[in-house]
Design a protein around this ligand. Structure first.
Ligand code: SIN
Length: 287
């Protein structure tokens, strides 16, 4: 039997896991190893897997309880699996802007497991940005300035009835999102968190959902968020994952952002995503 092996990527974030067949539910020891590795590396990649929806659910539940995404269309017959789909004749993809899943929730999601179902012949890679590296590489004065600050995260402008992009007649995402009335989440989280698994400091604001920094005039808050976003998405913080049939990515939403590239027009791309429950987040200033 092959042993579970975890090899860091050649980038700033992520590791490849081999020696495990996820069609069989990981035992508690393997699940604990994967959770620790997830906290350390931010995202884990698996190749040559073959997962039914049932095995996907069992894998997820071996790591954490599942949280259902209220806005994504579910896979038919599987309410706890979200469909991430773009048809050959569609223009807009899902997840095409930098974000961390569910950061608008009071208790944000720990992670997400994305399983490749149908891939375009080329393109459709996913970019991951490492938020430990983004935090640690900030200039000292900015790190000191953001320590102890909080930011407001919201789902309203992304999934709500008033979301500008969903009301744009040129946007064709309507068939893939729903429940706009449920986009009422607004929550304050520390700008820098103490990561619940690794204990490391991680930058926890993302361009899609973080909208304001507490206690600053609007212009100053906008400028500080823009500076943090610009810094975090620098190429040295990013790893580009190329999907293959049988690939799975398991990412930690408290240690990474991700962005799905939309460069495969004319082809279908279908992924299944399960989101994993997390814990309340503590400030990076806590020990
Ligand atoms: C997502 O944002 O969850 C989707 C990422 C992807 O499709 O690569």
């Amino acid at each position: 039997m092959t042993r579970l092996s975890i090899e860091p990527t050649d980038g700033p974030v992520g590791a490849f896991v081999s020696g495990i067949d996820l069609a069989e539910t990981p035992d508690p020891a393997a699940a604990a190893t994967l959770r620790t590795a997830l906290g350390d590396h931010g995202v884990l990649f698996f190749r040559e897997q073959s997962l039914t929806p049932e095995a996907h659910i069992a894998f997820a539940e071996s790591l954490a309880p599942i949280v259902i995404n209220r806005f994504f269309t579910p896979v038919a017959g599987y309410p706890n699996i979200a469909e991430v789909r773009k048809e050959a004749d569609q223009k807009n993809n899902i997840g095409g802007a930098w974000h961390a899943d569910h950061s608008y929730d009071q208790i944000p999601a720990m992670g997400s497991i994305l399983v490749a179902k149908e891939l375009p012949p080329m393109g459709g890679d996913t970019l991951f940005a490492g938020m430990y590296a983004a935090h640690d590489s900030l200039p000292d004065d900015i790190r000191e300035r953001i320590a102890g600050l909080r930011a407001l995260h919201s789902s309203r402008h992304v999934f709500g009835a008033g979301a500008a992009h969903l009301n744009d007649p040129d946007n064709d995402q309507g068939d893939r999102y729903g429940n706009a009335h449920a986009a009422t989440q607004d929550v304050w989280h520390p700008v820098v968190i103490r990561h619940p698994l690794s204990g490391r400091k991680s930058l926890y604001v993302n361009p899609d959902f973080a909208v304001r920094i507490d206690g600053l005039p609007e212009a100053e808050s906008d400028a500080l968020l823009a500076l943090l976003f610009e810094h975090a998405r620098r190429p040295e913080h990013i790893y580009r994952f190329e999907w293959e049939p049988g690939s799975i990515a398991l990412w930690d939403n408290r240690a990474t952002w991700h962005l799905a590239l939309n460069d495969y027009h004319g082809h279908r791309r279908l992924m299944h995503r399960i989101t994993l429950a997390g814990v309340a987040l503590e400030s990076g200033e806590s020990n």
